[in-house]
Design a protein around this ligand. Structure first.
Ligand code: UGA
Length: 435
């Protein structure tokens, strides 16, 4: 069996590497030639724990990585994992996926194997039937369900645990018609993940499951963040004790109740906006989803107002931002709240120094010489009027009196409560802990 994967971002490259390392004859395709060369040499274009190890393992077996789409012409399965970013009005941008699918369609025309095209990219309900299927049928001059298979297969992996999630997903969702292609796909996934439930449904439900999943996670985060803001005004109360306790109720569950500066990253904010826009387009007023988004957008003000309350005018103050990655174990800063915060503080004329264990290079691409960067936490804190912990990197829990010794004012705002149980010789404020 030969498998092609089109689009080598987090999802595509993780899948390519895992399948190749398991011995599948795999072809990874991306339009970015330089990226393909890097990957072919065993180097990941982004930081993701364990990815390079699995990739190198795959490269020793049957893996080819190239920008040449024609290599998928004899594949039995073609996964589409290209990005569906956000357009200016909040809806999803389909340019990339349309282009890939057009090319795949042309190649299907010559493929004698009747392959199965499996769409992993996140798309708004109806996209498979109204956009992707017609393009594939037009370009290939073949009928979906007869001469090739077409399956929706939303992905639920998280950055930072992409390899583990690819190897052991909590569920596999397959959307499409009950054809022999669906049966083949089900057999493939049940061999790949013998202990995982496989849900078979239609395209539009599969597409909607992805949005339901991400919007529910966003709702949990905004819920806990709103409670965290309330707690901050109840002297002595602690949001983590509350989250831990309600999380023990199996109807609630303990995950995604970690209060903080708001959800960021390339998925939750984008998918929330797309779902809200889609709901509006079909005549539904999504009041709950709107509130979830609104809470997320204003959460950053908690940090700025706490800072202003403590230091007065921010202008010319030296502020150290600890963590710009949107979450730990990644170098990804897309839609990171820390990046938004830096922009806000720069407008208020603060002097910013940043430290992040992995994301300094990406942060430099955004701010260049407008801010300072330091690979050492202690040096980044030198002469600082305030340190703001934004990302839940484990390393930040190791801060001690020695590392903050050279701060001009030992003031810490901890958006993740990493240092809550440490006795530091500092003025310590945390989101979600009432003082
Ligand atoms: C998210 C979903 O969790 C994945 O299931 C999904 O596959 C992926 O989007 C996607 O659609 O591709 P990811 O973007 O990697 O995954 O990040 P999350 O772990 O969901 O975190 C998103 C944001 O929420 C981060 O800024 C994180 O710090 C924040 N968060 C998360 C909290 O503030 N509190 C929490 O308890 C959990």
């Amino acid at each position: 069996m030969k498998i092609g994967i089109v689009g080598l971002g987090f999802v595509g490259l993780s899948l390519t590497s895992v399948l190749a390392s398991k011995g599948y004859n795999t072809v990874g395709i991306d339009v970015d030639k330089e990226k393909c060369e890097k990957i072919s040499n065993g180097n990941s274009p982004f930081f993701e724990p364990n990815l390079e190890k699995i990739l190198r393992n795959g490269l020793k077996k049957k893996l080819t990585v190239s920008d040449d789409f024609s290599l998928i012409k004899d594949c039995d399965m073609i996964f589409v994992t290209v990005g569906t970013p956000q357009s200016k009005n909040g809806s999803i941008e389909l340019t990339m996926i349309k282009k890939s699918v057009r090319t795949i369609g042309k190649i299907l025309h010559e493929n004698k194997k009747n392959p199965i095209v499996i769409i992993k990219s996140t798309v708004i309900p109806g996209t498979m039937q109204k956009v992707i299927l017609p393009i594939l049928e037009k370009e290939s001059k073949k009928k979906a369900g007869k001469e090739f298979g077409l399956i929706s297969n939303p992905e639920f992996l998280q950055e930072g645990t992409a390899i583990r999630d690819t190897e052991f997903p909590h569920v596999v969702v397959l959307g499409g018609y009950q054809t022999k292609y669906m049966e083949k796909t089900r057999t493939f996934f049940s061999k790949l993940h013998p202990n995982t439930s496989i849900i078979i449904t239609n395209h539009q439900t599969a597409e909607m499951i992805k949005y339901a999943n991400n919007s529910f996670l966003a709702t949990k985060i905004s819920f806990i963040n709103q409670l965290s803001n309330i707690c901050q005004n109840i002297p002595g109360s602690n949001i983590d004790d509350i989250a831990k306790t309600i999380g023990l109720d199996p109807r609630i569950g303990k995950l995604f109740l970690n209060a903080g500066p708001g959800y960021g990253g390339s998925c939750l904010p984008k998918d929330m906006k797309a779902l809200i826009k889609f709901a509006g387009d079909i005549g539904i007023n999504p009041t709950l989803l709107n509130a979830v988004e609104k809470i997320n957008q204003v959460q950053i003000n908690q940090i700025v107002s706490l800072l202003e309350k403590k230091v007065g005018s921010i202008s010319s103050k030296q502020i150290t931002i600890l963590g710009t990655a949107f979450k730990p174990n990644t170098d990804d800063i897309r839609d990171s709240i820390a990046i938004e915060l830096i922009k806000k503080l720069l407008k208020k004329k603060a002097k910013i120094t940043v430290h992040d264990p992995k994301a300094i290079r990406n942060t430099k691409n955004v701010f260049g010489g407008k801010i300072c960067y330091d690979e050492s936490i202690t040096r980044a804190l030198n002469n600082s009027h305030c340190a703001i912990i934004m990302t839940q990197w484990k390393q930040f829990g190791e801060l001690n009196n020695k590392s903050i010794k050279c701060m001009k004012r030992k003031l810490i705002i901890d958006c993740r409560r990493i240092l809550a149980n440490k006795k530091l010789d500092a003025e310590y404020y945390a989101l979600g802990i009432g003082k």
